[in-house]
Design a protein around this ligand. Structure first.
Ligand SMILES: Cc1ncc(COP(=O)(O)O)c(C=O)c1O
Length: 361
């Protein structure tokens, strides 16, 4: 049976032969003169040498990531593949470029949500249909459904940035059912470690048109190495992998990612996550008790969205105190809202003290 990915992928991508990098072609020998690398080079003070190109695909970390991903959803082997990308952002871009034709196709997003889906679509003249979240930031499934037949990709974000909430499992399943013959469904789980049991990665076995996006930038605390993952059925991955540039993950990044995905690294990440959640819950409760705070939205992430009851934007006030948060005022739905990442207890105490000193009357 023809997969949905095969039905949706544009002819140009279908006919694309992946770039044959020197590493991909490989070979056997003891003198390697096939990639125009320097055979010996200055080490620039580092103990490692970086003169050789990395693997054309970093299979070791991809396998380790699959192993890690199954833990949150019952521990059974996942029936999907994993592809390492340079951050979840590259994953979003790759998915749009693989399945959407400029000037022809469209994607669906549900704002307020992560802005990169629309940005990446805009950058190659792919149209974005917006189906806003309801007043309480829940997904409007009934309003999404009519757009499915004309859209190549539906982007969902769970837990969602910047609202912090999780999309209920039943809603994702309802959309997967409704989109089976028409639309790929992407669930961006960048913040999943803060609500691990809500992952839908195990649904890929039943719904091969589901793609899950992940990252090491959030709970793993490795934003600077730029490593993320796509988890998807082989039928999807076969096409996405054609577009990935040669040598996608730099060796120093792959080395750190490999350590992070070993037992010790995972245990450290889980400890760090527990600590962060406890700081977040304490901070959210304290902030919610301030007279000029209208609401602190429930969060399943490493940030909180705070709505202030004053016309003043607290973003500027905090900035004057040297505390940089994310102003959400550009979105009319998030007027008077500021998104505050959760840092160390000391940083959050200082932020709380600054808020308590706000001259409100
Ligand atoms: C929902 C969501 N997806 C993806 C990303 C990008 O992650 P990465 O650093 O892996 O590119 C972010 C970063 O803020 C995010 O909030």
């Amino acid at each position: 049976m023809t997969s949905l990915a095969t039905k949706l992928v544009p002819e140009v991508v279908k006919n694309l032969i992946p770039y044959q990098s020197a590493r991909r072609i490989g070979g056997k020998g003891h003198i390697w003169l096939n990639a125009n690398e320097l055979e010996q080079s200055e080490r620039y003070g580092e103990s490692e040498s970086y003169n050789r190109y990395p693997d054309f695909l970093p299979h070791v970390i991809e396998k380790a990531y699959l192993e890690y991903s199954k833990d949150a959803v019952g521990g059974e082997a996942l029936q999907c593949e994993s592809l390492a990308v340079r951050g979840a952002d590259e994953g979003i871009d790759l998915l749009i470029r693989t399945f959407c034709q400029p000037g022809h196709d469209q994607i669906i997003v549900c704002p307020p949500t992560y802005a990169m889906y629309e940005f990446c679509a805009d950058s190659i003249a792919v149209n974005t249909v917006k189906v806003p979240l309801a007043e309480d930031f829940s997904l409007n499934v009934a309003a999404i459904t009519p757009h499915l037949k004309d859209s190549k990709v539906l982007f969902l974000c769970s837990p969602n940035n910047p609202t912090g909430n999780v999309i209920p499992h039943e809603q994702i399943v309802a959309l997967l059912e409704a989109s089976k013959d028409s639309t790929l469904v992407v669930v961006d789980e960048a913040y999943i470690e803060f609500a691990p049991h809500t992952s839908v990665v195990n649904l890929i076995a039943e719904y091969p048109h589901l793609i899950v996006i992940r990252t090491l930038s959030k709970a793993f605390g490795l934003a600077s190495i730029r490593v993320g993952f796509l988890l998807a059925d082989k039928s999807v991955m076969d096409y996405v992998a054609r577009l990935i540039p040669p040598y996608p993950i730099a060796d120093p990044s792959a080395l750190v990612a490999k350590k992070a995905l070993q037992q010790e690294g995972l245990a450290a990440m889980r400890r760090q996550t527990d600590e962060l959640v406890s700081i977040r819950n304490w901070f959210a409760e304290e902030v919610a008790g301030l007279a000029f705070v209208e609401k602190v939205y429930p969060s399943s992430t490493n940030f909180v969205l705070v709505k202030f009851g004053t016309d003043d934007c607290l973003y500027q006030y905090l900035l004057q105190k040297g505390i940089v948060t994310r102003n959400q005022a550009h979105d009319p739905r998030l007027a008077r809202c500021v998104r505050i990442s959760i840092g160390t207890r000391a940083s959050m105490q200082e932020t709380l003290d600054a808020l308590k000193a706000y001259p409100f009357n």
